[in-house]
Design a protein around this ligand. Structure first.
Ligand SMILES: Cc1cc2nc3c(=O)[nH]c(=O)nc-3n(C[C@H](O)[C@H](O)[C@H](O)COP(=O)(O)OP(=O)(O)OC[C@H]3O[C@@H](n4cnc5c(N)ncnc54)[C@H](O)[C@@H]3O)c2cc1C
Length: 383
């Protein structure tokens, strides 16, 4: 099949719906699948349909989809890329409070999220927002300016933290924001060093006022589609935005607050921690799993307790590799979004696991990832 590149140059913004038969996924062939793509992605999509042995039944301008689709000129060179149009989000609020004029949030609560025997310190900290105009949506971050001065005697600079609560806050009154903070601790020249802001936050007492900026961030916004599939890859405090998504999807109070968002898709959390006592928000996650077994899947990589197939520690990338086939089958669905959050070190391992899984399906991850990113389906926030 030939698609005129003249048409492509003429209007890249036009959308087309492709109906494809017989794509190979998870070892079986699908009956029929629909892809909604911009004209600019037509060539790549056709190439992928071809690679996966699919037959193109029709190509229709999207605004005509409800009318009967025109037959495809020929299926000969067809091939889909698992891509789609960028998701349209409502514009999130940004930079409502800046470092020069921050919001002063009173600490409402600060408690440890860890069970006995855990490594390190991770706290859930909630601030009151009732006095000003600081509001946010799931997936954004706020800045915290710790009290005191740095080693040069200058006021401390802000650090960003992913918001762990939904826009309604933990008490559903839309007047609080919560964070999930790990105290940074490392050894240097035989001395234990503690991070400035993370220690400030983990030690802070209820009633204290803290300088808050933001919100910021558009990278980790949740698609508004109730039928979307959401794969979440988190290590440690990388669970923060996922906790907000999962509350929005499955918490009874949240669902009552969001009549227009009654999640029906598949949410799959793959979570990496060093030990079982380091698992975060475990009770909530177990409750979602019990209540929504068809919609929420929860896979753990507990590095110091579980072994990967080579006998080494089980890291998140080992779980991604183990489930690569299923992950890619989900990614082939244009409604699937992947979110990654946690320490920056998790990225190369996951990339490698995704490359191998893609290869097994005859796909090239280094080509596919930017396409998914462009389609707003691959979201990464690592630090
Ligand atoms: C978008 C975004 C979201 C974030 N979300 C979260 C979150 O949800 N939860 C969370 O806990 N953190 C989060 N962070 C990280 C957070 O912003 C801080 O970087 C973190 O809390 C450390 O700040 P600190 O002031 O405690 O450390 P600092 O006192 O600023 O010390 C950090 C510095 O210590 C040095 N250092 C760190 N580790 C070592 C080491 N092993 N050896 C030698 N030197 C080292 C480095 O120079 C580093 O820059 C996020 C960051 C970003 C960018």
């Amino acid at each position: 099949m030939r698609i005129s590149t003249a048409a492509l140059r003429q209007s890249d913004a036009r959308m087309f719906t492709l109906v494809v038969q017989g794509l190979k996924a998870a070892g079986t062939r699908t009956a029929e699948r629909c892809f909604s793509i911009p004209l600019s992605q037509m060539q790549t999509t056709l190439r992928m349909i071809n690679q996966q042995g699919g037959r193109l039944l029709s190509v229709t301008p999207t605004d005509q989809v409800s009318a009967s689709p025109a037959p495809a000129p020929s299926a000969a060179n067809a091939a889909p890329a698992p891509v789609t149009t960028p998701v349209k989000h409502e514009a999130p609020p940004v930079n409502l409070y800046k470092p020069k004029d921050p919001y002063f949030g009173t600490v409402l609560g600060n408690y440890s999220l860890l069970a006995e025997g855990a490594i390190g310190r991770v706290n859930h900290i909630t601030f009151d927002l009732s006095e000003g105009n600081l509001h946010y949506v799931e997936g954004q971050s706020i800045g915290i300016i710790p009290d005191g001065v740095d080693s040069n005697g200058k006021p401390n600079k802000l650090r960003l933290y992913s918001i762990a609560s939904t826009r309604h806050g933990d008490n559903l009154e839309a007047k609080t924001v919560s964070l999930c903070v790990r105290q940074l601790q490392y050894e240097k020249d035989g001395e234990t060093i503690y991070g400035v802001c993370s220690s400030f936050l983990c030690d802070i007492e209820p009633g204290a006022k803290v300088k808050i900026t933001g919100p910021v961030g558009k990278e980790m916004l949740l698609p508004p589609d109730e039928d979307a599939n959401v794969i979440m890859l988190a290590t440690g405090t990388g669970i923060a935005p996922m906790r907000a998504y999962l509350r929005r999807m499955f918490d009874a109070g949240e669902r009552a607050k969001n009549p227009a968002y009654q999640f029906r898709g598949k949410a799959w959390l793959i979570m990496g921690v060093p030990t079982t006592p380091n698992l975060l928000y475990e009770e909530d996650l177990q409750a979602y799993q019990a209540e929504f077994p068809d919609n929420f899947r929860y896979t753990k990589a507990i590095s110091r307790e579980q072994q990967n197939p080579s006998g080494g520690r089980m890291y998140i990338q080992d779980r991604v590799a183990e489930h690569g086939e299923e992950i890619f089958t989900m990614i082939e669905d244009p409604k699937t979004h992947v979110y990654m959050c946690g320490l920056r070190g998790m990225e190369p391992g996951i990339d490698e696991a995704m490359s191998k899984a893609a290869e097994a399906k005859g796909l090239n991850w280094s080509e596919l990832r930017p396409q998914l990113k462009k389609a707003d389906r691959w979201h990464v926030e690592t630090y």
